[in-house]
Design a protein around this ligand. Structure first.
Ligand code: NAP
Length: 393
């Protein structure tokens, strides 16, 4: 029913805006970015008679013909319209992050449409678009799609990415990109060979304070960096057994967000010098970790990660510099210099993330950065292990 309403709305939009466009190529190009994805969604919906959607396509093509007397303009507009129709989005793994962030961010991004979901146990009523038990079923039986956002646990994500790339889809990898560093290289090769976008989506890097922090630090002497990232796993990951299984990263699941910010804002490459990892007696991944790191200038960088923290939780990075103390708090959403707020923003990380992914899909380029995952791998290589109290969810 909602798709039918969308189609009627598009018809109205076409009628009024196309007249007003009056041979204005820019207006029609902009209109195509709004109409195209809705047409694409309608084409993907089996409940809608294809001939009704075709009426809209035909009308828009008439608008394109009238937009300019130049063949080159009309060809360009037609190609843009087709690209926008084809811009579909598909989520695999409809868990917490898909529901909390991805669905809304996709809906807010012009040029993207969620057309299907794959998840073995999701409730079709919650999903709102065609639901499939797995990626293979979706690719075989589902609507036409161009891209896949993989929001599954990291242990199974790489195999799914390989399937999606082999099917010619652009791929967004939730963080961490996979369960190991080395398994990403074949994905990159496959993506490059087929000119498909592969995106390691480090969402925390898009938090409001991160880019201003990078710019502030660029011209300063850095004396030290301290990271404190402590949260309650029972609050954020209830029932997610995968997180304490091999490849689930344990406390590095949130900790890697801090490392993704660290490696974006510092001017030089960072490396691990020592680590201590606390493993619950009954689990395969650490529940707490302490890291010592440095860079080529010898800056002392420390990180404390703890999954056992109740109130108040803390997600902070403090950088001491020759020009004052820079503090990123709330996971990067707030930046202060010597107590004065320099940047603060609502949580818009995933919208920015999808805008970046859309750019990448337009050119088929990759954006693959494994630096945060390498630091985690090195912490496992160098880390002294302590066995601590068993953890029960
Ligand atoms: P989650 O709630 O456990 O969701 C994972 C989903 O994938 C579940 O619905 C799961 O279904 C489904 N799934 C399992 N096997 C599948 C398969 N073969 N095909 C399709 N779907 C499958 O986990 P999450 O919290 O959303 O986290 C997912 C990823 O996002 C993790 O890498 C995490 O680090 C990242 N992330 C999470 C958050 C957060 O706050 N939660 C924030 C940012 C990033 P079942 O549950 O039925 O097995």
């Amino acid at each position: 029913m909602s798709f039918r309403l969308s189609v009627l709305f598009v018809t109205a939009l076409l009628a009024s805006q196309a007249n007003a466009a009056d041979n204005n190529v820019a207006v029609v190009r902009d209109l195509a970015t709004r109409v195209g994805p809705i047409v694409g969604s309608a084409q993907a919906c089996r409940d809608i008679d294809g001939s009704r959607v075709q009426v809209i396509v035909d009308k828009f093509q008439a608008v394109i013909r009238e937009a300019s007397s130049q063949d080159a303009d009309r060809t360009d507009l037609q190609k843009g319209f087709e690209r926008n129709i084809a811009d579909g989005r598909n989520i695999v793994g409809f868990g917490k992050i898909a529901q909390r962030q991805h669905v809304a961010a996709i809906a807010a991004t012009h040029g993207l449409t969620l057309v299907a979901v794959a998840d073995p146990n999701a409730d079709a009523a919650d999903v709102g678009v065609p639901l499939f038990p797995g990626l293979r079923e979706l690719l075989h039986d589902g609507p036409a799609i161009d891209a896949v956002a993989l929001c599954t646990p990291p242990q199974i994500r790489t195999a799914q990415a390989a399937i999606a790339l082999a099917a010619g889809k652009h791929v967004l990898l939730e963080k961490p990109p996979g369960k190991s560093v080395s398994e990403i290289a074949p994905l990159l090769t496959a993506a490059q060979a087929s000119s498909r976008a592969l995106f390691t989506a480090w969402h925390s890097r898009f938090a409001a304070g991160v880019e201003p922090a990078r710019q502030l630090l660029a011209g300063r002497k850095i004396d030290s960096v301290g990271i404190v990232w402590k949260e309650d796993v029972r609050v954020w990951h209830p029932g997610q057994a995968w997180i304490f299984e091999p490849g689930g990263l344990g406390v590095f699941d949130p900790g890697i967000n801090a490392l993704s910010i660290l490696t974006r804002i510092l001017p030089r490459a960072v490396f691990v010098t020592a680590a201590e990892l606390s493993f619950p007696a009954n689990r395969e991944a650490p529940i707490a970790a302490g890291l010592s790191m440095s860079d080529s200038a010898g800056v002392a960088i420390s990180a404390e990660f703890d999954f056992r923290k109740a109130e108040p939780e803390i997600w902070e990075i403090v950088v001491e510099t020759d020009g004052g103390t820079l503090k990123l708090s709330s996971g990067g959403a707030r930046l202060a210099l010597d107590g004065e707020v320099k940047a603060e923003g609502e949580n818009a990380e995933y919208c920015a993330l999808y805008r970046r992914f859309l750019e990448l899909t337009a050119s088929g380029a990759g954006d693959v950065d494994l630096t945060p995952l390498r630091l985690v791998a090195d912490a496992f290589l160098l880390g002294k292990r302590r066995i601590v109290a068993a953890f029960e969810d």
